[in-house]
Design a protein around this ligand. Structure first.
Ligand SMILES: N[C@@H](CCC(=O)N[C@@H](CS)C(=O)NCC(=O)O)C(=O)O
Length: 198
């Protein structure tokens, strides 16, 4: 399977960690979404990463869908199958990914809009959304069992990206998340190489 990805991308990091747990080999192809290249657009018409090309040539995109595929392909190694376990796992994934999307929107505002066109009230709204999400996540990670799952990878990847792009944005306000991250990597060293990096 071929994964179009980039090293800083949090959603790509989540997918790569998930493939590792599922024992699935990926041919990871560094991809610049800004270039809107043919390889990317023919794999994902939305022009976003991560995007996956399966061995039979068919394609899958959106990290949540790709991770669902890995879970099914591996006989459910990634996502808990009890109703309670599934609910906690998928809620935490949605929360971590959603708050990261809000922070990413603030980065894109600066990266892609000329200064005179930026709208600070909209940026402030994204940060309020992100901080509410981080507070909820800090409480919710206590519900996660030790054994790594999709939820662990979402939290580790998403917080890793925020730390990379906005160091200090949550570390002081949400010390429980810093403790959780430290504990996660201490217990699961293999995943440290897959976290978002510049
Ligand atoms: N919901 C998608 C979000 C994917 C996404 O936003 N990826 C970013 C990189 S982390 C991207 O491709 N951005 C380029 C763009 O928006 O043009 C997922 O979970 O895969």
């Amino acid at each position: 399977m071929r994964l179009l990805y980039s090293k800083p991308s949090p959603y790509s990091s989540k997918v790569r960690m998930s493939a590792h747990l599922c024992g699935l080999a990926l041919d990871c192809v560094p991809t610049d979404t800004g270039a809107e290249g043919d390889d990317l657009l023919s794999t994902n018409p939305l022009g976003k990463i991560p995007a996956l090309e399966l061995d039979d040539g068919s394609v899958l995109y959106d990290s949540r869908v790709i991770c669902e595929y890995f879970d099914r392909a591996s006989g459910n190694l990634l996502i808990p199958q009890t109703l309670e376990g599934w609910t906690i796992c998928k809620r935490i994934e949605a929360l971590a990914d959603g708050l990261t999307e809000a922070v990413m929107a603030t980065l894109y505002e600066v990266r892609y809009r000329p200064e005179e066109k930026r709208h600070q009230p909209w940026v402030d709204k994204q940060w309020r959304r992100a901080h509410r999400g981080l507070d909820a996540l800090e409480a919710d990670v206590a519900n996660l069992p030790e054994a790594p799952s999709l939820a662990h990878f979402a939290v580790a990847s998403d917080l890793g990206w925020i730390h990379l792009r906005y160091p200090g944005a949550f570390e002081e306000k949400n010390p429980g998340l810093v403790r959780w991250l430290d504990g996660f990597y201490a217990a699961n060293l293999a995943y440290a190489d897959l976290k978002p990096v510049a």
